[in-house]
Design a protein around this ligand. Sequence first.
Ligand code: NAP
Length: 262
Amino acid sequence: MPKFALITGASSGIGLALAEALARRGRNLLLVARQRPALESIAHELSQRFAVQTLFRVCDLSQPLQLTGLLHELEQGRLHIDLLINNAAFASFGPYLEQDWRQEQALIEVGVLASARLCHSLGQHMQQRGGGQILNVSSLAAFQPGPWMSNYFASKAYLLHFSEALREELAPHGVRVSVLCPGPTNTGFFRKAGMDVRQMADSKFMLSAEAVAQYTLKALDKNRAIIIPGWRNRLVSRLPGFAPRWLTRKVAARVNRMMAGN
Ligand SMILES: NC(=O)c1ccc[n+]([C@@H]2O[C@H](COP(=O)([O-])OP(=O)(O)OC[C@H]3O[C@@H](n4cnc5c(N)ncnc54)[C@H](OP(=O)(O)O)[C@@H]3O)[C@@H](O)[C@H]2O)c1
């Protein structure tokens, strides 16, 4: 039975770069996101260029019933998913109480619940088979609270802790779990969150999605627990451990407002 890597949020940005890097290695892919035309053309292009099987499923991960449908299809089908990449997410920016609740709920559904559920379901299959690999895409945001992006930062902290814990639980069963914590990456992510980060574009912290994907695949080969592309980002991830929490909160608040041009 052919093996597939399932990537959520594969229609753009880091997910797309990971899909391409995996296809280059000869991996079959199952791409998941909402935008059918983007998925269709990406699947077509990757299968042509790299002679791999590239399937896609349109699924809005903020809709639990759609995720149920996808999981049911995976149960019925004969796809062997041996690599799961939970990458889909979006952010909201601004005072929490002024945000639209449905958006905040969707942020948790996509960024937390869908990832936890996919790990639960596909993790069981991997455990039964005695092997597999899971990568959850968190963020540098996971290492401190983030005023003005409270819900997003907290969702990424969840993924970091959850992934580290799951790694210990699944290691004896041959299932490897890693968590990717990128710093600022040049994708449409900030624009979609309503943030103007043009002044960040030339920053040395900003990496391309392709560079993040390359670094990540090499780190996955080495079964790294926490993957942080870029030495500057690795340094920043350690700072909250040295500073008092009140200071960490204040600095994060300032950085978030600055990044949003406020
Ligand atoms: N860019 C950064 O600076 C940065 C930094 C740290 C961490 N990250 C993390 O990296 C991951 C990828 O982000 P990115 O920068 O590549 O952003 P992106 O280009 O906006 O990609 C987000 C992906 O998630 C998918 N998605 C969003 N909502 C969805 C939903 N309801 N159902 C299914 N798929 C959904 C989008 O596809 P559709 O629109 O087609 O559904 C898209 O493919 C995210 O987890 C993000 O938190 C990004």
